[in-house]
Design a protein around this ligand. Structure first.
Ligand code: PXP
Length: 242
C-alpha cells in the first residue's frame, strides 16, 4: 500500500504573515510541493487566521491537483461553512481550542460520539472524506468507528517523543491502534512531529497507513536541504516499505 505524503503548509503562511506581504508565496509553494512529488496538501486554518487564512483555503482549492486536506475544529461554524464551500478531498476534525499553539490531543470519541456522528454525516453527504484525530487508544478507535468516519488520524506526538529512547515501545500503541482500525474498516492517517528520523520506522510498523501529514519538521529540513530534495527524502522514507 502506498502511504501518501501530504505536506502541511501552515509554516509557510506563518512566515509570509510575519512581514505582511506575499513572500513566500503560499500558492506557489503548494504547487511546488505537488511538482516535487507530494501527493497532498494540508492546511489547518484557525479562527484567528494566524497562519492559514480562510481566503488561502479558497485560493488553494482552485489550483491544487492532488488531495486537499483541511484540518480544524468543527465547533467553529465558520470552519464548517468553509469546508462545505471549498469541498476538499478530506476534512480532518481536530478538537483544538482557539488559542492552542498546535493540536495536542485527540477526540474523546465516546463522550462526543453523537456530536461527531452528526458532523461526519454533514461532510460525507457532500462527498468529503472524513478523518477524526485520535490518540492511539483502542476505546477511542472503537468510538471513532461508531461516528461513521471514513478514517482516523493517529496523533503521533507521543511516538515522536519516545522514539529515540525506545522505538519499539514508542510504536507499540500505534501498531495496536492500527490493527484495530484495520479490523473495523477504518482508513488510517497519522501526523504530528513525524520527521526524517522517525518516519520510516513508523510507516514500516503501522499497517496500512494511508497518509501522513507533515509540516514542522519538513519545512525546517527544507531550510537546509531545499524543498524539492526534502520532499524526495520524505517520500523515500515511505517508499522503502511498499
Ligand atoms: N495533524 C494535525 C491534526 C495537526 O494539527 C498538525 C499540526 O498542524 C499536523 C498533523 C502536522 O504536525 P507537524 O507540523 O508536527 O508535522
Amino acid at each position: 500500500m502506498i502511504t501518501k505524503l501530504s505536506v502541511n503548509i501552515n509554516k509557510i503562511a506563518t512566515l509570509r504573515n510575519s512581514r505582511g506581504g506575499n513572500t513566500p508565496n503560499l500558492l506557489k509553494v503548494a504547487m511546488d510541493c505537488e511538482k516535487f512529488g507530494a501527493q497532498g496538501i494540508t492546511v489547518h486554518p484557525r479562527p484567528d487566521e494566524r497562519h492559514i487564512r480562510y481566503n488561502d483555503v479558497r485560493d488553494l482549492k482552485s489550483i491544487l491537483t492532488t488531495e486537499f486536506n483541511i484540518e480544524g475544529n468543527p465547533r467553529d461554524q465558520k470552519f464548517i461553512d468553509l469546508v462545505l464551500e471549498v469541498k476538499p478531498t478530506q476534512v480532518t476534525l481536530v478538537p483544538d481550542t482557539t488559542n492552542q499553539l498546535t493540536s495536542d490531543h485527540g477526540w474523546d470519541t465516546v463522550m462526543d460520539c453523537n456530536y461527531l456522528k452528526e458532523t461526519v454525516s454533514l461532510f460525507k453527504e457532500q462527498g468529503i472524506r472524513t478523518s477524526i484525530f485520535v490518540d492511539p487508544n483502542l476505546i477511542m478507535i472503537e468510538g471513532a468507528k461508531k461516528t461513521g468516519t471514513d478514517r482516523i488520524e493517529l496523533y503521533t506526538e507521543d511516538f515522536a517523543k519516545k522514539y529515540m529512547a525506545n522505538c519499539s515501545e514508542a510504536v507499540k500503541p500505534f501498531v495496536a491502534a492500527a490493527k484495530l482500525a484495520n479490523t473495523l474498516g477504518l482508513g488510517i492517517n497519522a501526523g504530528h512531529d513525524l520527521s526524517l528520523e522517525n518516519l520510516n520506522y513508523f510507516a514500516k510498523h503501522v499497517e496500512a497507513l494511508a497518509e501522513v501529514s507533515i509540516g514542522h519538521a519538513l519545512i525546517a529540513d527544507s531550510l537546509y536541504l531545499g524543498l524539492e530534495n526534502t520532499i524526495q527524502l520524505y517520500l523515500r522514507q515511505l517508499k522503502i516499505i511498499q
